[in-house]
Design a protein around this ligand. Sequence first.
Ligand code: ADP
Ligand code: ADP
Length: 235
Amino acid sequence: MGFIQISELHKTYRLGESQVHALRGVSLAVKEGERLFLGGPSGSGKSTLLHIIGCLDRFDQGRIVVAGRDVASADDRALADFRARHIGFVFQNFNLLPVLTVFENVEYPLLLNGEKSAKKRRGRVEGMLEAVGLLGHAKHYPNELSGGQRQRVAIARALVHHPRLLIADEPTANLDSTTGEAIIQLMLDLSREQGSTVIICTHNRELLENAERCILLRDGKIENDATAGTQGRTA
Ligand code: ADP
Ligand code: ADP
């Protein structure tokens, strides 16, 4: 069984009378430690797929295994626990908590995971802040930081509990291109050190073209799944 194994996934949003068929039979296998970029036009289903893989959202039909677990059969509570333990998220708009300091934002996942030792939490948080180059900003609040700095805090928060899977939804959309490149590199470097699997959704052509593995969605289906150095398989 793969680390992530998805077969014939369907997801429909219902808005009153109307329906949007956001995913229309997506099948995909991802090995542990793989680093995958997900592209495709706006509305093609990228966020929906990421949210389902990240156990933030449910689906209608199909099968999905995440980190070796059949998440469809988990109830909401079990799913939330599973997500807190094994998955880290980085979002386009950073999603830091504005009333918490940088240190407290990064500490949050450890508290969610029940780490009771303040000393251990401090060690982990300081280690992550050092890794993203923001140890000196531990006492600052998010609104005192630049976009790139905020995203580095978000990366520290996403990885502080050593998740098996890192999911990033358009992480560079609100950054200039130089800052964005550095952010992607930081995510790839830190997750490699931890051995985490990474899925990054992006519109950035260069990233998609240079990806180790690139999956393109269109109209809720996989249009292309290409591993670097091989010819793309067209679905
Ligand atoms: P992408 O991330 O590729 O832009 P999305 O997964 O966000 O695509 O959206 C896929 C389709 O589902 C789009 O048509 C979008 O409008 C629709 N959609 C996404 N989220 C919702 C929602 N919460 N309610 C209704 N429709 C949605
Ligand atoms: P989009 O992909 O549409 O630009 P975001 O990536 O910012 O939007 O957020 C997508 C969804 O995930 C939102 O509906 C939000 O409620 C949810 N979300 C964001 N952050 C978290 C989080 N840390 N934990 C759980 N759900 C979250």
